[in-house]
Design a protein around this ligand. Sequence first.
Ligand code: PRX
Length: 630
Amino acid sequence: MQKINSFEEFQSEYKKSVENPEKFWAEKAKSFLWKRLWDKVLDWDFEEPKVKWFEGAKLNISENCLDRHLESLADKTAILWEPNHPSEEAKHISYSELHTRVSRFSNVLKSLGVVKGDRIALYMPMVPELTIAVLACARIGAIHSVVFAGFSAKALADRINDSSCKLLITADGSYRGAKTLDLKPIVDIALESCPSIEHAIVLERISSKPTMKAHRDLWWHELIEGVSSVCEATIMDAEDELFILYTSGSTGKPKGVVHSTAGYMVYAEYSFRNVFQYEGNDVFWCTADIGWITGHSYVIYGPLLAGATTLMFEGIPTFPDAGRFWEVIDKHQVNIFYTAPTAIRALEACGLDFVKPYKLDSLKVLGTVGEPINEEAWQWYHKHIGKEKCPIVDTWWQTETGGMMIAPLAGITQLKPMYATLPLPGIQPCLVDAEGKEIIGNGVEGNLCIKYPWPSMIRTIYGDHKRCNEVYFSTNPGKYFTGDGCKRDEDGFYRITGRVDDVINVSGHRIGTAEVEDAINTHRLVVESAVVGFPHPIKGQGIYAFVITSDLNGPSELIKSEIIVEICGHIGAIAKPEQIQFVNGLPKTRSGKIMRRILRKIASGEKENFGDTTTLLDPEVVQQIVKSLN
Ligand code: PRX
């Protein structure tokens, strides 16, 4: 696939992509390996919603990631794996070795009765076997559902049950910094309530010798022994489901975002090449965990589709010290580095002594994703990591969009700190006002929508197409609604201002306030709770919980810690509140709706100026909450 090389070319490509999207994407799709070409490039109707790309085409995405490169790139490193502990040796896995290992594991899955369309859950640390398992699922047409290994047993079980997964692929445990975490005991608890699971394949990573349940649990290393490494890829339809990835919404349980095969593939490679301006021998490092969409699209699929070397890191940025990222960049001569603002802020806070020992001269391009980046962090990243010579691509996108949507092309698009800048070709953003009316012109602000389909967009919410329609397509009919607020400046550049719904973005991870409230409310002494986000210097946003209890002795530190235990049990440590404030009442409207706007102000330190509170049932409550803070 050709990449865009100048701003003029970008403008002309953008124009073409809007004037004739079908011709544009058909052109981009040509370089892939198809078993049959499409009959129709695009069929869509946002009212249903229905989006079908490359209908009639047949392909397999793992073949496009692996087999397609074997002729020219067999010996090239596909995965460069850096372990948690620097004393353990890094691993270089070539395209040909990856192909062999994926094929072998595909045969293992087949031998366990996995067939096209089955759902497979993965709950694993950042080890090469996770990528191998993902690609093996794709190779035999099984739908992978990766669950971040920081989620609790209940969260894992909920996700497995929502899509009735047949198999779970996991590990005995994981190394994270100085800690060793046992995953298998969590899995054992989860699987007690997962009737659809027939087997759990367990990779040995920490030699913890976990209990293995007879007939259900199987060791990875025993299963692959003597298995053939020849596995013909299952031919898939363009619109066959490739994966499910759960993400939080503003209401209810997490949504299983479904992505399909061909469109996701085309857009993952296209966006990867163009935004990062990837060139043949670049070493690319995306620090995201594969449990999130960033890991799916830019640790695995985008780079492997492009035949790149993708660095996969098992550890954390602060182990053995806060110089680890920079040490790894020098060690592996990383050229393109893609991380989250929260990591940048955390490392900035550790001081420059952790940066100084490293040259960082292999770097060409830096990237950020997941949350708005503040000016100070941007400047620090630019000056101290990029040495003022690396463009920073601030990439805006979502689990639902599958790939980067609004982002500069490195070295091509003019940069503005804190701006995701301009939409990629094929992406047609628009801003709408509270009534859903499109806001035309520049120097404006509104809710961000996308008015035309792009290849890697969400197809449905697993098992609940109605909810998909309600959440994304009914608020602003005829448009996909992102849930984000956005500014478009005088030059037409976009700046994302944050979520406009009840979703909190903590360290780049989406947490639904309703989910946290549900967890808190399970505590026997909790009467009611309301959760909001507030600005946090490192995490971007922190979680603030207002809680009413029925404890006659008055709320205590003990209840606080029990509430935290509930949250960790229901969701995981990522959803732990920074603050829990006990209150006697919550600001509610006469219809019983909690006015979160007021709670958000209180959580961010505001003591007065709460705006119009006349619609509150009991305006006094607000002052009581503020007073109880002191
Ligand atoms: O609010 C936006 C924020 O992250 C949300 C999407 O979260 P998730 O689906 O978990 O995917 C994160 C990784 C793609 C968005 O709705 N967000 C993502 N990137 C940016 C951002 N906010 C500002 N600037 C960004 N570059």
